[in-house]
Write a protein that binds this ligand. Structure first.
Ligand SMILES: Cc1ncc(COP(=O)(O)O)c(C=O)c1O
Length: 434
């Protein structure tokens, strides 16, 4: 018997090795070969993380990384906010390491909702919001996408062109089919408002729309308040469901309250909506993975049902979210002094970026560029969608050791008083003949 099995196994093994090593045949329900994972191809490189890898490998002393979407100070160094250090000091040695509930820290979630819905929101008072702590903004988007698939299985999601590339991965992996809507207008380097409105109008009634609440990534182009009002009204007329991804609250204007304006307009118009919030950028808690997913429901009963279902989806994935960052956020947001300090520090980060926009534009113009660089200061938030072509970006990298994604997105957070002239000169050099 054993000999027969060995013979069969060896025959199969021969068949497999002589066939494609990428797709061995199914055997006993699994793809089996002399190597269990021989058919696994390496995944394509993430376009953003690949830039950082290439930057790190470059020995040039002149190298500049304007690819990464993380804040840097004027020395190009990562920043830990003072409010975070103070909150850390408060918990040092005092914290037990127990699990959080499945939905995360209730205290953190309560404080986080106030930032999005407003300090005195009637929806919070009426307990109409189903909200759970999420694994930062990515986790909140993914949890929502899974929820959407489970409870509106036939629905699609409309995603702006362009968008943060991971949005596509998130809804794809949740098996939600995707449509796109016009957003960026390459000629004006601003918003394609009429294209966007047409797409909202032409989408089937009751469609899901992914909206960037502020500081759109990668374009830095946001609708004006008036435009948001029109978008909200049209979406209401069409019965669409808006899902706001708010990864940069505070980074656009320097004021978290002001950056929540689009959401507040939709709330006033009586939408049912969802929000993803992240503390990666505005509190500098990138690696702590703290965020929140909320869904505004019709009443408290519905909110309880939705919340328990969100927890139910989270349970087999990661059981419950991490405790440390959530504690930092809840301490900062509930202590008036620390909250004030945070608000000041967000403003400092946003102002440094705004200052670098002006400096970059002025420096390119000073060199006599025949092109318009107005969009650098018109756009807002962490990113400038420069309009540089992939070939021009390649030249920036190969000739000047400047690293960014090939779509021409410049992370303004990587621009400093020390590298802005060098960057401006390089941009001028690669763009002057276009
Ligand atoms: C638009 C947008 N959404 C969500 C995220 C998610 O960030 P995180 O998961 O670190 O909160 C990012 C990060 O770059 C982003 O740009």
């Amino acid at each position: 018997m054993a000999a027969a099995l060995r013979a069969t196994s060896s025959a199969i093994s021969k068949t497999i090795t002589s066939g494609s090593s990428r797709t061995p045949p199914l055997f006993g329900g699994a793809r089996w070969s002399s190597s269990w994972w021989g058919h696994v191809d390496p995944a394509p490189k993430d376009p953003i993380l690949g830039v950082t890898e290439a930057f790190l490998a470059d020995p040039s002393p002149h190298k500049v990384n304007v690819g990464v979407g993380a804040y840097r100070d004027d020395d190009g160094k990562p920043v830990v906010l003072d409010c975070v250090r103070k909150a850390e000091a408060k918990i040092a040695g005092n914290l037990n390491m127990e699990y959080l509930p499945m939905g995360g820290s209730n205290h953190m979630v309560e404080e986080t909702l106030k930032l999005a819905y407003g300090e005195n929101s009637e929806f919070i008072k009426d307990k109409r919001i189903a909200a759970v702590q999420a694994l930062s903004g990515t986790g909140a988007c993914r949890l929502f996408a899974d929820f959407q698939k489970r409870y509106q299985p036939e629905s699609e999601i409309y995603i702006p062109v362009p968008t943060w590339s991971n949005h596509h991965n998130i809804w794809k992996d949740a098996n939600v089919s995707q449509k796109t809507y016009h957003y960026y207008h390459p000629e004006s380097k601003g918003l394609d408002f009429s294209g966007m409105m047409d797409d909202i109008k032409n989408a089937p009634k009751g469609s899901f729309f992914l909206l960037h609440a502020c500081a759109h990534n990668p374009t830095g182009v946001d609708p004006t308040e008036e435009q948001w009002k029109e978008i909200s009204q049209l979406m209401k007329d069409k019965g669409h469901f808006p899902f706001f991804d708010m990864a940069y609250q505070g980074f656009a204007s320097g004021y978290p309250e002001k950056d929540a304006k689009a959401i507040r307009i939709f709330l006033e118009d009586g939408h049912s909506l969802g929000i993803s919030q992240s503390f990666a950028k505005n509190m500098g808690l990138y690696g702590q993975r703290v965020g929140c997913l909320s869904v505004l429901c019709e009443d408290e009963k519905q909110a309880v049902a939705v919340k328990t279902r969100l927890q139910h989806i989270a349970r087999p994935m990661y059981s419950n979210p991490p405790v440390h960052g959530a504690l930092l956020v809840s301490i900062i947001l509930s202590d008036p002094d620390l909250k004030n300090l945070w608000l000041k520090e967000v403003k400092v980060m946003a102002d440094r970026i705004i200052g670098m926009r002006t400096a970059l534009r002025e420096n390119i113009e000073k060199l006599g560029s025949p092109l318009s660089w107005e969009h650098i200061t018109n756009q807002i938030g962490m990113f400038c969608y420069s309009g540089l072509t992939p070939e021009q970006v390649d030249r920036l990298t190969s000739e000047f050791h400047i690293y960014l994604t090939r779509n021409g997105r410049i992370s303004m957070a990587g621009v400093t008083t020390k590298n802005v002239e060098y960057l401006a000169n390089a941009i001028h050099e690669v763009s002057k003949s276009s």
